[in-house]
Design a binder for this molecule. Structure first.
Ligand code: AMP
Ligand code: MN
Ligand code: MN
Ligand code: MN
Length: 279
């Protein structure tokens, strides 16, 4: 079954409407799709309706921002019930943190003689959550940078003038919200975190002990070599494997974002996380 279990719409930092994400997934031959916006579930109803109309199976999802040992780690929840009050209360807390962080990024960039970035980013977000991606797009639109990646390297990433250290929630707490909403917790794009091999093992062990179920083995953010390595980690830690493009839209540059569904298959030794929904 061709899956894509990690995608974004404009309800977080994607470019497209949920129904447009579904249309692109259909073109990519996707048979099972999850929409996994950052810290919000507002796009799920539209995506589900569009997927049903297109004959694609749909899994409601979310990508939750967490902090582990001072580092931001993303946890994807798949098959969640968006009506869960525990999940929604948790996501609301994260959006409040985002709100404060956005104001602080604005202050820091203003001190660096780049004024008005929050207003600019918020206008691009059109009422949805304001992410660093929106700040990056604004900096690009004003000619401060020549690409999204450069905005992160020069202004928003660690050590840059706009970088704002943020404490999200502990991983176990996010896993708890996902489980309270009857979902399955997946460690997103694990090769993207800059960790020593000892720390990587510690993260995987704590994720598993905290109730985590699977890791993304094949990701738009992983090289084929990274996929092979994380297939081995999945085996070693008794975790299932997920697969997702981390699609943010067709025109976004700077990341390694692909089209929905255009991904290599999971290595054969993996147990696909979607076996529970594929029947
Ligand atoms: P936030 O959750 O607001 O901190 O924003 C994080 C988002 O920024 C990620 O989900 C990516 O979509 C995007 N992002 C992070 N780093 C980069 C980068 N180096 N180049 C392009 N996009 C990035
Ligand atoms: Mn994103
Ligand atoms: Mn992510
Ligand atoms: Mn993502």
């Amino acid at each position: 079954m061709r899956c894509d279990l990690h995608t974004h719409s404009f309800h977080s930092d994607g470019i497209l409407a949920p129904a447009e994400v579904v249309a692109h997934a259909l073109e990519g031959g996707v048979e099972l799709l999850a929409l996994t916006d950052h810290d919000v579930t507002d796009g799920l109803d539209e995506a589900r309706a569009a997927a049903e109309a297109a004959g694609i199976r749909f899994l409601p999802g979310v990508e939750i921002s967490t902090t582990w040992e001072g580092m931001t780690i993303h946890i994807v929840g798949l098959g969640i019930d968006p009506a869960s009050t525990i999940l929604q209360a948790g996501l609301k807390r994260l959006r409040d943190i985002r709100h404060e962080r956005a104001a602080e990024i604005d202050r820091r960039l203003a001190k660096h003689r780049i004024p008005g970035t929050l207003a600019g980013a918020a206008a691009l977000a059109r009422g949805a959550i304001v992410s660093r991606t929106h700040f990056a797009r604004y900096l690009l639109s004003q000619g401060y940078v020549t690409g999204i990646g450069q905005a992160f390297r020069r202004y928003l990433g660690r050590g840059c003038p706009g970088h704002t250290p943020t404490v999200w929630v502990p991983i176990e707490e996010a896993i708890g919200w996902i489980r309270a909403a009857s979902g399955v917790a997946v460690l997103a794009h694990p090769a993207r975190y800059k960790l020593s091999s000892g720390k990587r093992r510690k993260l995987l062990a704590e994720f598993k002990a905290g109730g985590g179920h699977a890791i993304e083995v094949v990701s738009g953010a992983h090289s084929p070599d990274e996929a092979r390595r994380f297939a081995q980690f999945a085996q070693e830690f008794g975790l299932e494997a997920s697969l997702g493009s981390d699609y943010h839209g067709p025109f976004e540059s700077g990341g390694s974002w692909t089209r929905p569904g255009c991904l290599a298959p999971l290595p054969p030794e993996c147990t696909p996380v979607w076996h529970r929904w594929a029947a």
